[in-house]
Design a protein around this ligand. Structure first.
Ligand code: AP5
Length: 217
């Protein structure tokens, strides 16, 4: 069983790499952002609460995301291991995760920090889009579909952009990352779980770095 956290600022490539590791290692990507966006789309009680907070680039209340993750980890497909993408995001969530993984007897194998400059992050986020049908991720410059306007994964021709992927909201998301999420890095360093990868490299090179780290996990 391999249980990994991908940690890094917005646009660092957590989602991109998590999808690749899902395929290479048969692990499940657990993205709190994707889960919350699904609730917003459904207009569920949680989705209604989360919508404005997400569009403002702030964090959704801890109790809500802790609950979602705890329930999701209990699903049978997580038994072989999972990749946490976007959780934990502050010290309260990190401590809640420790407690829940200890209760579920599913220890963490590694925490991978993806290091990317703030300027590159903004460029990545404002150029990002995804397939409306299957969710496959693309970028105007760095990850174009092989055939323009057609999704490589499912052949659909409709794409969408996230509401929080604009320069203004990105500033706030980055500020929240530096104030609230970065302080959990020393927490995992003290537990000897933290490894860094250079997220400024091209996508394939970042994947190679992560796969190298997972060999020793
Ligand atoms: P969430 O969905 O988690 O967003 P995020 O952390 O801001 O991360 P992103 O999805 O923007 O970036 P990513 O690192 O996955 O980058 P990607 O691979 O797509 O959270 C959204 C909101 O939900 C939060 O603001 C908050 O409100 C709420 N939320 C979520 N979790 C929460 C929690 N735990 N607690 C409270 N609130 C929570 O890559 C970006 C782009 O760059 C892509 O287009 C990609 O093609 C490109 N790219 C990727 N890697 C490279 C590379 N190496 N070189 C060039 N381009 C690259």
């Amino acid at each position: 069983m391999l249980n990994i956290i991908l940690l890094g600022p917005p646009g660092a490539g957590k989602g991109t790499q998590a999808k690749r590791i899902e395929q290479t290692h048969g692990l499940v990507q657990l993205s709190t952002g994707d889960m919350l966006r699904a609730e917003v789309k459904l207009q569920s009680e949680l989705g209604v609460k989360a919508k404005q907070i997400m569009e403002a680039g702030e964090l959704v209340p801890d109790a809500l995301v802790i609950d979602i993750i705890s329930n999701r980890i209990d699903q049978p497909d997580c038994k072989n291991g999972f990749i946490l993408d976007g959780f934990p995001r502050n010290v309260v969530q990190a401590k809640a995760l420790d407690q829940m993984l200890s209760d579920k007897k599913a220890p963490l194998s590694k925490v991978v920090e993806m290091v990317v400059d703030d300027a590159a992050l903004t460029q990545r986020i404002v150029g990002r889009y995804s397939c409306e049908a299957c969710g496959a991720g693309y970028h105007d410059e760095f990850q174009k579909p092989k055939q323009a306007g057609i999704c490589d994964a499912c052949g659909a021709d409709k794409f969408t952009r996230r509401k929080d992927d604009n320069a203004e909201t990105v500033k706030q998301r980055l500020a929240v990352y530096h104030e609230q999420t970065a302080p959990i890095l020393p927490y995992y360093a003290d537990m000897n779980l933290l490894e860094k990868v250079d997220g400024m490299q091209p996508i394939d090179a970042v994947t190679d770095q992560i796969l190298g780290l997972l060999k020793s996990a």
